[in-house]
Design a protein around this ligand. Structure first.
Ligand code: GZL
Length: 321
């Protein structure tokens, strides 16, 4: 009943269950858990949904197979959070031929537009914001020689590409030295392993570590602590992170992480709006941007201007966490 589901006579309106196939990246981070929980709670049986959930365990081949499985099942809608941003046009063409609308969340698909809507955040903006904050922070602290180690997210993920590009734009503009940039695959173990190797190669040469998600930052903290390297507000190394999950914000409040650039994981309510509009025979927005916030420990800067827009920074207090 996929054609009917996409048409005016909505299955949900007629009281039928709406079947959704969701191919999720994996379970690599706290952020990912929040993203999954958001979908499970919105697309519940009580709310009239039958959610076919597949945790693709960071494996692109598994993710493509999951989407083809949803086509076989003839679900009403398919949700994809794409592990990597390319290699999608063939399978999205198969979804289109099967008459099953696809909604993309969080990361982007960059080699096909055969989907109804994308709901997510602007990763390059997050990278630019991190760079702008670091510029203000190092200026305020009188740090002129900025030597950065970057622990990237999963290779090929649009979140990694955007955060890397945005931060590098500011680093290049300010003549900072990015000593190295390697993937920690968005995991705590990955962050620790990369930081341990960085310490072997660059100890004493770096004063900033940028982790592209909180779980990598937790791993990097363990590695620096084990090596007797101080970090955070009172440390020798400035620690910057992304996601701003609860545990990350607790470390911002304690001063272990200097700044954390949030990307909102709660996409499901926005996806439900897209589905409801499709059920009503309306055309949803192609891109639905979610809010982002910049969290800091110290108030050296109140507003960051990124892409021509001013955005306030939030000093983390226990009410915020
Ligand atoms: C970003 C999301 C990233 C998070 C990581 O929107 O795709 O994937 O930053 C997660 O925590 O692994």
């Amino acid at each position: 009943d996929s054609a009917e589901a996409a048409g005016t006579e909505s299955s949900a309106a007629s009281g039928d269950t709406v079947t959704i196939g969701f191919a999720q990246v994996g379970h690599e981070s706290d952020w990912r858990t929040a993203s999954t929980d958001s979908c499970l709670s919105v697309f519940s049986a009580d709310n009239g949904y039958d959610l076919q959930f597949v945790d693709c365990d960071n494996d692109s081949a598994v993710q493509l197979e999951a989407v083809r499985g949803f086509i076989e099942q003839d679900v009403d809608y398919i949700i994809i959070d794409p592990i990597v941003s390319t290699g999608w046009d063939t399978v999205l063409t198969e979804c289109e031929e099967a008459g099953i609308p696809v909604i993309v969340i969080d990361r982007t698909i960059d080699d096909s537009d055969k989907y109804v809507s994308w709901v997510g955040s602007n990763f390059k903006t997050e990278g630019l914001a991190a760079g702008e904050w670091l510029k203000a922070y190092t200026d305020a602290k009188g740090i002129s020689d900025v030597n950065v180690l970057v622990i990237e997210g999963s290779t090929g993920a649009s979140a990694t590409i955007g955060r890397t590009d945005g931060f590098k734009e500011i680093a290049d503009a300010n003549g900072w030295n990015i000593l190295d940039s390697q993937t920690g695959d968005f995991t705590q173990a990955g962050g620790q392993e990369v930081m341990e190797s960085y310490i072997k190669s660059y100890e004493g040469k770096f004063n900033v570590v940028v982790c592209q998600n909180d779980n990598e930052a937790f791993g990097a903290m363990d590695a620096m602590k084990a090596a007797g390297i101080s970090y955070g507000v009172d440390g020798d190394v400035i620690l910057v992170s992304f996601d701003a999950c609860t545990a990350g914000l607790e470390y911002v409040m304690s001063g272990d992480i200097n700044a954390d650039f949030e990307c909102n994981p709660l996409a499901a309510p926005f996806v439900e709006e897209v589905i409801k509009r499709l059920q009503a025979g309306e055309t949803p927005e192609k891109e639905v941007y979610m809010t982002e916030h910049w969290f800091v420990n110290e108030d050296v800067l109140s507003t960051i201007n990124v892409n021509g827009e001013d955005q306030d920074l939030t000093v983390v207090t226990k009410e915020i966490v």
